[in-house]
Design a protein around this ligand. Structure first.
Ligand SMILES: [Zn+2]
Length: 328
């Protein structure tokens, strides 16, 4: 456990990375990311890579050794045990306080930090309109308006904080600069979603921390600024990287977590999936268990145009995690 981030990484060069990453692919054909993994020690990060050419990442078996970040079975068990412990802790607290209500609907305050190298668009200076569109995408995705289950969550933008600091650009996952950036900028309590936007290291699309019982300054999500609606990240510029990362921030695993065996992603209504899906492979069915792969789920690695839903089980898991970890 530890603090290993879960990143989505890119598998391209064989670099292993740690974490879960969504990859962006620039290639028309080949595509995307690959990696999968998250590691999730309680509290860590999920990263998604961007920009990869793909074929390499899709070779069966080729990615496994490069995905140290996928959460191991032991890591997911540890996180699940922590969730159970957090729920018990909350129940005791509520009983002691004479309160029994658990939140059923939640409005999440959002603080957006735009990390820029300079004042140019190439240097990270994206317009407010893209950020407002991203908040709209989150609200649509989490409300079920795009075709999925309705969740308890809505998002309200509080502040756009623009920061010009070349030493934080690009944002390098797991670096001391990332830690310094977050220590300096993170605001709000456990319920506040801090989103850091910028150019990212290693072709990543984004990464996120899972919730923890004790708030730490690394808490939040990091998203490639050009993945926002209107951005330049081809096939990944409809804002679904933001949705995916916020899913992790609310305790969701990837749909392919655990592969075909065991409890998978700990959600019963997402069909088991052996590995990440890229692009939009309709009909893909990688496990003998019932159901085709959940390629349209926000927690897979497909193109933004392919993914549009959370399931009722994921909605329930996120609300449970909210009440365990992030509710006041
Ligand atoms: Zn992810």
């Amino acid at each position: 456990m530890g603090l290993r981030p879960n990143l989505l990484t890119r598998r391209t060069a064989g670099v292993a990375s740690t974490t879960l990453a969504l990859l962006l692919s620039t290639a028309a054909v080949g595509v995307v990311p690959a990696a999968s993994a998250f590691s999730a020690a309680p509290g860590e990060v999920c990263v998604e890579p961007a920009d990869v050419h793909s074929d390499a990442r899709m070779k069966p078996g080729g990615g496994a050794k490069h995905e140290p970040n996928e959460l191991t079975l032991a890591e997911t068990r540890e996180r699940e045990a922590d969730l159970a412990a957090a729920l018990r802790e909350r129940a005791r607290f509520r009983a002691g306080a004479g309160a029994t209500t658990m939140a059923a609907t939640v409005t999440i305050p959002v603080v957006v930090h735009v990390i820029q190298e300079n004042s140019t668009r190439a240097g990270g200076n994206i317009p407010d309109s893209m950020i407002n569109s991203q908040i709209s995408v989150l609200n649509q995705s989490f409300s079920g308006a795009t075709g999925g289950a309705s969740t308890a969550f809505s998002f309200q933008l509080q502040t756009i904080n623009r920061v010009t600091n070349p030493s934080w650009y690009p944002i390098v996952q797991g670096s001391s600069a990332e830690r310094s950036m977050k220590n300096s900028l993170r605001t709000g309590g456990k319920n506040t979603l801090n989103i850091y936007l910028g150019e990212l290291s290693d072709s990543l699309l984004g990464w996120a921390t899972f919730p923890t019982r004790k708030l730490n300054s690394m808490d939040g999500v990091v998203v490639l600024s050009e993945s926002l609606p209107g951005g330049t990240a081809t096939n990944y510029n409809q804002g679904d990287t933001g949705t995916h990362e916020v899913g992790h921030w609310l305790n969701l695993y990837h749909t392919f977590q655990g592969g075909c065996s065991g409890s998978g992603d700990s959600v019963s209504d997402t069909a088991a999936e052996a590995s990440p899906a890229y692009q939009c492979p309709t009909g893909r069915d990688t496990c003998t268990a019932p159901g085709t792969d959940p390629i349209t789920n926000f927690m897979d690695y497909t193109y933004d145009s392919c993914m549009y839903q959370f399931t009722a089980g994921q909605a329930s898991r996120m609300l449970t995690a909210w009440n365990a970890y992030r509710a006041a």
